[in-house]
Design a protein around this ligand. Structure first.
Ligand SMILES: [Zn+2]
Length: 172
């Protein structure tokens, strides 16, 4: 299977969530819940240590190149918010970094699905132009619930066949 971002091969195992986040989770095993969609869909609950989602769909040059750079630069914007959890003004530049990181991470989480929802051209434009697909919304929040630590769910909202007017209403 070729790399979903550039079409290269071979692909290597990549963590959906960066491992540096694990230091902020409770120690020891946690419960991970994951809902997979597509033909043969299933829900799975399992024990994990940290954010243990991996996917084998990215090549080494992407993984250690642009993705690694994006991880490094967004960590600077994310980590202070994780540590302090205070209300804070975030500069436009940092908002863009966080949104880019969240979108890339959501794209990776989508690849865990049996039938990923996002079209491949959007993943390729993420690599070549750091482009966030139109209509994407990214929210940041804090969650005091820690069990399960990790929940991955994908929701498909099919707007095809819906009139333009109703579609815009559905998005607001
Ligand atoms: Zn690649």
């Amino acid at each position: 299977m070729p790399c979903v971002f550039c079409g290269g091969s071979p692909v290597t195992k990549e963590h959906v969530f960066p491992q540096w986040l694990n230091q902020y989770l409770p120690p020891g095993p946690q419960r991970t819940e994951q809902a997979r969609y597509g033909a043969g869909a299933f829900d799975v609950t399992r024990q994990s240590v940290g954010l243990d989602f991996t996917v084998r769909k990215v090549c080494a040059p992407c993984n250690s190149g642009w993705m690694s750079e994006l991880e490094g630069s967004s960590k600077e914007a994310l980590e202070p918010r994780i540590i302090r959890q205070d209300l804070d003004l975030i500069s436009l530049r940092q908002q863009r970094k966080i949104a880019l990181w969240a979108t890339k991470t959501a794209m990776m989480a989508d690849q865990v699905q049996l039938e990923p929802l996002l079209p491949s051209h959007q993943l390729r434009r993420m690599r070549t132009h750091q482009a966030i697909p139109g209509g994407t919304r990214v929210w940041l929040g804090s969650c005091p619930e820690r069990n399960p630590t990790v929940t991955s769910q994908t929701v498909r909202i099919d707007l095809s066949g819906v009139s333009r007017e109703r579609r815009d209403t559905a998005r607001t």
